[in-house]
Design a protein around this ligand. Structure first.
Ligand SMILES: NC(=O)C1=CN([C@@H]2O[C@H](COP(=O)(O)OP(=O)(O)OC[C@H]3O[C@@H](n4cnc5c(N)ncnc54)[C@H](O)[C@@H]3O)[C@@H](O)[C@H]2O)C=CC1
Ligand SMILES: O=C(O)C(=O)[C@H](O)COP(=O)(O)O
Length: 329
C-alpha cells in the first residue's frame, strides 16, 4: 500500500518536547528526522528528500527554486514556525506544494516576552555578573552597572503580531513607545489605547533608547539596520533582534558596539545559523546571543506542534494517495 513519507527537517524541537506530535505523524505515515547543513544547496536537499511527500520544516534550510526543480512530488511544507523566508512560495506553488505556517498568534507571547527578558538581561549584565560569581569574583560587583527602563523611549520596528506585543510590554515602563511599520497589524484604537505613536524609521532611530526588531524578512529589508542607520541612533542605544538575523548588518553592528555608539545587542536570530562559537559577537560582553529559542516555551511549542500535525492531517484528507484509495475500495 502507498504510504505517506514525512520528513522532519532541521527542527530540534518538533516531536522531541512533545512526543505525542511525533506519534501522531507516525499514525499517518513513515516519519524520519533530518538534521542537514543549513546551507545545503537545493539540488542536494532535493536528493536527500526524494520520496518524501510531506515535509515539516524549520527556519532552515532554503527550499528554493533549485530544490523544487529537482524534487519529486511534494504535497506539503508545513513550517514549524511563522517566518517562511526560507521557502520560495512561487516555486512551491508551481510545483503543486502547499505551504503552511503555524497559527499567527501562537508565538506572540513567547517571542515578545523573551525579547524583553533578553534585552533587560543584556542591559543589566545578568550573564557576565553571574559568570563573575562562578569565577569567584563576587567583589567585582561595581563592574556590573546598567541602565533603567522606566521613563525611557522605546522603538519597535515591525509591529505585527509579535512586535505589537513587544510595544505593549514596553508600555509598562511609562515612557513613549514608537513603532515603525508600513502596514502595522494594529486593531482600531490600539495605538491610542496603548499610548503608541507611529513614526518614520529615521525618527524612531533618532529618539529611542531601546529598539526591538520584529519585522518580517523580505526582499526590501535585508540589512535594514546598516552602518548608515547606526549613525542616526542615540549614542548608547540598545537593540534586541528576535526576528531575523539578516535584518541587521552584523559587521556594522559590531563596529557600532565597539565604538560605543550602540550600548549592546541582544539577538535570538543571526544571519547564519547555527551560530558557531568563534563568532565575534560571542567574545564581547555587550552582546547576548541565544540559539533561536524565543519560541521555546511549553505553551508555544505545544501549539506549534499541534498545528503542524493538523496541517499534515489536512493534506492527507485533501490529497489522499491514489493507491491508498484503491486499497480501500
Ligand atoms: N526568534 C524566533 O524564534 C521567532 C522569530 N519570528 C520572527 O519574528 C518576526 C515577526 O513575526 P510576526 O509578528 O509573527 O510577523 P507579522 O507578519 O505579524 O509581522 C511582521 C511585521 O513586519 C512588518 N514589516 C515588514 N517589513 C518591514 C520593514 N522594512 N520595516 C518595518 N516593518 C516591516 C510587516 O508590515 C508586519 O506588520 C518575523 O521576522 C518572524 O520570522 C517569529 C517567530 C519566532
Ligand atoms: O516561527 C519562526 O519563524 C521561528 O523562528 C520558529 O520558532 C523556529 O522553530 P524551529 O526552528 O525551532 O522549528
Amino acid at each position: 500500500m502507498a504510504k505517506y513519507r514525512i520528513a522532519v527537517v532541521n527542527s530540534s524541537s518538533f516531536g522531541q518536547v512533545f512526543k505525542e506530535h511525533w506519534q501522531a505523524l507516525e499514525k499517518i505515515g513513515e516519519v524520519k528526522r533530518f538534521m542537514l547543513p543549513t546551507d545545503i544547496d537545493g539540488k542536494s536537499l532535493a536528493e536527500k528528500l526524494q520520496g518524501f511527500n510531506v515535509v515539516v520544516a524549520s527556519v532552515t534550510p532554503n527550499f528554493n527554486q533549485e530544490f523544487f526543480d529537482n524534487k519529486d512530488e511534494l504535497l506539503l511544507i508545513s513550517r514549524h514556525g511563522i517566518g517562511y523566508n526560507n521557502v520560495d512560495l512561487a516555486a512551491a506553488k508551481a510545483h503543486g506544494t502547499k505551504v503552511t505556517i503555524v497559527s499567527p498568534l501562537v508565538e506572540r507571547n513567547a517571542v515578545a516576552e523573551n525579547a524583553l527578558a533578553n534585552l533587560m538581561a543584556l542591559v543589566r549584565q545578568a550573564v557576565p555578573a553571574g559568570d563573575a560569581i562562578k569565577a569567584d569574583h563576587y567583589e567585582d560587583r561595581a563592574r556590573f552597572m546598567g541602565n533603567q527602563f522606566s521613563g525611557k523611549t522605546f522603538g519597535v520596528i515591525g509591529a505585527g503580531n509579535i512586535g505589537s506585543r513587544v510595544a505593549e510590554l514596553f508600555g509598562i515602563f511609562g515612557g513613549p513607545v514608537l513603532i515603525n511599520d508600513p502596514d502595522p497589524k494594529a486593531p482600531e484604537g490600539w495605538l491610542e489605547n496603548n499610548n503608541v505613536q507611529r513614526v518614520s524609521l529615521d525618527e524612531l532611530l533618532e529618539r529611542a533608547d531601546y529598539i526591538s526588531l520584529n519585522a518580517s524578512l523580505n526582499d526590501d529589508d535585508y540589512h535594514l539596520i546598516d552602518a548608515a542607520a547606526l549613525k542616526k541612533v542615540k549614542k548608547g542605544v540598545y537593540f534586541v533582534n528576535h526576528a531575523r538575523g539578516a535584518l541587521i548588518d552584523e559587521n556594522a553592528m559590531l563596529a557600532a558596539v565597539e565604538a560605543g555608539q550602540v550600548g549592546g545587542y541582544a539577538a535570538d536570530t543571526m544571519e547564519v545559523e547555527p551560530v558557531r562559537a568563534d563568532h565575534p559577537f560571542l567574545k564581547n560582553e555587550h552582546f547576548l546571543i541565544t540559539p533561536h529559542t524565543s519560541a521555546y516555551t511549553y505553551e508555544c511549542l505545544h501549539g506549534m506542534g499541534e498545528k503542524c500535525v493538523s496541517d499534515v492531517q489536512n493534506i492527507v484528507n485533501e490529497r489522499p494517495l491514489v493507491r491508498e484509495l484503491t486499497a480501500k475500495l
